[in-house]
Design a protein around this ligand. Structure first.
Ligand code: AMP
Ligand code: ZN
Length: 469
């Protein structure tokens, strides 16, 4: 099985470091909001990797973290903690926010047939491991202290930038105005942030009360659950230049060698060929797609049509196409069921060989889907072929033997999630009204929500809301 390794920029043969078990670290969600369809594309990619490794007979130990502290609004160690910000806005504790959105995330991935990683661990439950990691880096002289935290000194790690191909000098000369003047290099990053008294999440540490930086959680938790060496590290491509470079710097600083052998990254999902953003009102959740009459597996099928290393442009026309094709595919498959027509072993084997080649060529799922369609459309209908077709679903995870499961995956909506989707829809309509300068309509929407004690606040990142009790 060949996988593209971002680190070496080439497809490499995958051979586990330890016997027959593939050990994988997957960067998990920051649970301050609903996962959007772009995030979920990345977890569908993680799932395809898991399924493909299993298809090849490997056992899996896949660890995924849940980021419930430390991920700041900006990647450059300034701004508020995303969890604390949402908690403040929604007048809840960060722990309540984390619990709610972790629950929604796990439900979302289940509906998408994403198999759960063997180990799921929360950052807030691993603060001692992170403190210990930072102390050890401090002992090795990789850190320095400023008035607001403990920073990693990348000047001590000349290989910094290898994963993304960044040249540090270029980065230095092109750097935007540095906000934190105490940092020695703009790319130095916080391992630990000192917390002001009123900061809601804080722990005691050798550097006083504070909270961990975002990157340290992955290095510390990876080390705890997967050890000093593991096979694969996954995440979205946006993580390459900062988050993953920083993880490598931390780990090599501590261990003297990298931990992950393969770095495998999923490309981004775009919407109407552009970035997803709150202000454009084009961030969709799975729940919103379900509300519009799509099943989560329609979305999964939509994603499987693009290779994980290609950008994928989301449009509702595209999703309509996926929905039709999936229904069609299932209908065609049933034509093979319980038929007696015989088919030669050679033909079946040649289909399966082609299928294997596609899967093992860096997870070429679009090609594997092509092979599936050829099997399904094969002129001779055969029960034997039917059984092989269903076997391929171990990779696709599309419930191919379900003829019409549109309702099967629509779990009952909770009152909370229904209300949240309704409010999000109103916020979107208001943003559209404002865009077309229809301020009367925008004000009407705001007033109508206010009457129901739903208060909107406009921020530079878009509109947020809180529900007054
Ligand atoms: P976050 O919860 O922000 O830490 O993101 C969770 C995962 O989603 C990360 O692996 C990101 O790389 C990934 N991600 C974020 N935006 C997108 C997008 N538009 N398309 C695909 N993956 C994304
Ligand atoms: Zn991570």
């Amino acid at each position: 099985m060949k996988l593209y390794n971002t680190l070496t920029r080439s497809k490499e043969e995958f051979i586990p470091l330890d016997g027959n078990t593939a050990r994988i670290y997957s960067c998990g969600p920051t649970v301050y909001n609903y996962a959007h369809i772009g995030n979920l594309r990345t977890y569908i990619f993680m799932d395809i990797l898991r399924r493909s490794l299993k298809w090849n007979g490997y056992e899996l130990i896949n660890m995924m973290n849940i980021t419930d502290v430390g991920h700041l609004v900006s990647d450059s160690d300034d701004g508020e903690d995303k969890m604390a910000k949402t908690a403040r806005e929604q007048k809840k504790t960060p722990w309540e926010i984390a619990e709610y959105f972790t629950g929604v995330f796990l439900k979302d991935i289940e509906r998408l047939n994403i198999s759960r990683p063997e180990i799921i661990a929360k950052a807030t439950e691993h603060i001692p491991e992170m403190i210990q990691f930072i102390s050890r880096l401090e002992n090795k002289d990789f850190t320095y202290e400023t008035s607001d935290g403990i920073y990693y000194d990348i000047g001590k790690f000349p290989e910094y930038g290898r994963l993304s191909g960044i040249n540090l000098d270029d980065q230095l000369s092109g750097a935007r105005v540095e906000i934190n003047k105490e940092k020695r290099h703009p790319a130095d990053f916080a391992l630990w942030k000192k917390a002001p008294k009123e900061h809601i999440m804080q722990w005691d540490s050798p550097w006083g009360m504070g909270y961990p930086g975002w990157h340290i959680e992955c290095s510390a938790m990876g080390l705890k659950y997967l050890g000093e060496y593991f096979d694969i590290h996954t995440g979205g491509v946006d993580h390459i230049p900062i988050h993953h470079e920083n993880e490598i710097a931390q780990t090599v600083g501590l261990l003297g060698h990298p931990a992950a052998k393969f770095w495998v990254h999923g490309e981004f999902m775009l919407v109407n060929n552009g970035k997803m953003s709150k202000s454009l009102g084009n961030i969709y959740t799975i729940e919103q797609l379900v509300d519009r009459g799509y099943s989560p597996l329609d979305f999964r099928y939509f994603c499987l049509n693009a290779h994980y290393r290609s950008k994928l442009n989301f449009t509702f026309e595209g999703l309509d196409g996926a929905k039709k094709s999936l229904a069609n595919l299932r209908a065609e498959i049933t034509k093979h069921k319980n038929t007696e027509n015989d088919i030669s072993e050679d033909i079946i084997n040649s289909f399966l060989t082609e299928f294997n080649e596609a899967v093992n060529d860096d997870l070429n799922i679009p090609r594997a889907l092509g092979v599936l369609w050829n099997m399904v459309r094969y002129e001779v209908k055969s029960d034997l072929l039917y059984r092989k077709i269903l076997k391929t679903d171990k990779i696709f995870g599309l419930n191919l033997d379900a003829i019409d499961d549109f309702d099967e995956f629509d779990l009952p909506e909770t009152t909370d999630s229904k209300l949240a989707s309704e409010i999000e829809e109103q916020i979107k309509l208001r943003a559209e009204a404002k865009k077309t300068k229809n301020y009367a309509e925008a004000d009407r929407i705001r007033a109508e929500l206010a009457e129901r004690k739903i208060i909107l606040t406009d921020t530079p990142d878009g509109t947020t809301y809180k529900i007054e009790k």
